[in-house]
Design a protein around this ligand. Sequence first.
Ligand code: OSB
Ligand code: MG
Length: 370
Amino acid sequence: MLLERVTLYHLRMELKAPFETSFERITHRDCILVEAAVGGVLGYGECVADRNPAYSYENTGTAWHIMEQYLIPALWGKQITHPAQFQDLVQWVRGHQMAKAGIEMALWDALGKKQGKSLREMLGGSRDRVEVGVSIGIKSSPQELVEVAASYLEAGYRRVKIKIKPGVDVAETQAMRAAYPDLPLQVDANSAYTLETARVLKPLDELNLLLIEQPLAEDDIWDHHHLQAAFKTPICLDESIHNPRHARQAIEMDACRIINIKPGRVGGLSQAVIIHDLCQEQNVPVWCGGMLETGVGRASNLAVASLANFTLPGDISASDRYYHEDITNETFTLNPDSTIGVPDKPGLGVTIDSKALKRVTVRSEVYLPE
Ligand code: OSB
Ligand code: MG
């Protein structure tokens, strides 16, 4: 099948509540929706690069540029038989994993629709519902954090992740543990510490946490090895893992005992599956991270999280946790057992609400074969 047309949409969507991490506080979330016309069907992909180059060096501006100048042109005139083939065509483009992943997702959706197969089927997922949790941003006090967590527990979430940063870490996590002694709980520092400053986190080791996510710098797998040696709680890497080789080396170094897989961060769903498989061989559990996705990226995350070695709950909350109005007609709701159903319709299994899309689009551009 040939690629016939690509439309990029830069979206800006207001969050229901501000989301604060160690690196920024956002009230709106930006992303790029990729619409690819392939063999007469439309496939959609979500590029998770944010407005600021803070979580990653990529942002909506760089991703748009890389897609427009390199990734889309690489596909014109090429027979596309499998989405993973895209990786061979763009392998020469260094980095820019989120840009690549956005295009690849649209190809999976289009080919799934053509073949009448759901993304879960195409990826080899083994479950029809996946366990999920909620990721809670930094709050102004431990009490407020505990209250916000209470509302999510009330809504049915059975696993909570809290964001931490220097000065907003031990007291907050202790307050959560005191309020909820048996709650599956984990923390995420988004690279805010160094090996030296991370010493203050030692009391967390007594709180029976599921994991400590990405305490140190993205490009510092080795110091995570030193930190893991000092902690009994598993270290989990997020920002540090950009490809299967990083995952293999981090495991070999004992820099982490769990890996957070975000298809956007590793260059696409095909790469996420490779990392999943190599972790499975090494008995390293994985879970699906989130980037505050719209219904498009959420559908994709649910499909990938249905693979067998995604044994920890994902940061894949219900649609109503994020936006007043999503861009898909389908919304994802939380089941009473803290799971969300995996879409079973062809491709991603979602349809676009074109009016909603129009309301949140700040720029769009159509690209045709050269
Ligand atoms: O580090 O996991 C992260 C959101 C934006 C950027 C980075 C992260 C996050 C989250 C949100 O934790 C998870 C979600 O989508 O619910
Ligand atoms: Mg993280």
